[in-house]
Design a protein around this ligand. Sequence first.
Ligand SMILES: [Zn+2]
Length: 292
Amino acid sequence: MPVQKRKIVALLTGLVCLSFGVFAQKVIQPANTNPDWSRPYPPFQIAGNLYYVGTYDLACYFIATPQGNILINTGLAESAPLIKTNMETLGFKFKDIKILLTTQAHFDHMGAMAAIKKMTGAKMMVDAGDVGVVTDGGRSDYSVGGNTSTYAPVQIDRILHNGDIIKLGGMRLTMLHHPGHTKGSCSFLFDVKDQKRSYRVLIANMPTIVTDKSFSDIPAYPNIARDYAYTLAAMKKLSFDIWLTSHASQFELQRKHKPGSGYNPDAFIDKKGYDAQINDLQDQFLKKIKGK
Ligand SMILES: [Zn+2]
């Protein structure tokens, strides 16, 4: 090989290695996860065209429309085949997923997102506050971040801001920016209907506190206390019929629903349970800022 050509090859090889060094990110999903996070749960129709396709505790929601489907949250990395089977059990095609959403960019809701995006070609839409973590697979997360990604990074197709509307096949989902748990945690508010009536559904990201550190001790998130206060105030004002959350245990799925018991959307009407949890989170927040 002529010297000139060898130099070019060496230069190109160097560039390739360099770019791998920069872009190839090691993904290590935390090992000490709750067994309920991967435990299967039978999929079911919640209300109208809204379905539950998640695990025993990691809630994944599926909205079917004539123009394709929306998937909210994925659970852990290994949940992709489970979600696919759940959707097929309900009679839907996995490849018809057109839009991917998440309520918070932690590995227990984002684990299989990159894989599902690859399998379906769906568009990933993310709250502006979580763009950084979605892009680096959670490495820059202020509480659970570190040197490695905790989930495979996902390419973002649309950045969402508070009040933005996600439209597909007659559905209109309003994204509500509810930061604190992550910088871009969010909830979704929308209407579904069946033959009898329509239901306003809130898929809420409950503002649980993840960090043991004092709020003033988190340089990666200087506005954390202000964000939690904002989210708690905003969530108190919401009105809806059906209340669902990122973790099934938060809205007590297993108390409200018995597998095989049939269609019963009214089981998820529980404003009292929601208010009690928001008040409890408010207390935890006040204790935290008082340093107790
Ligand atoms: Zn989380």
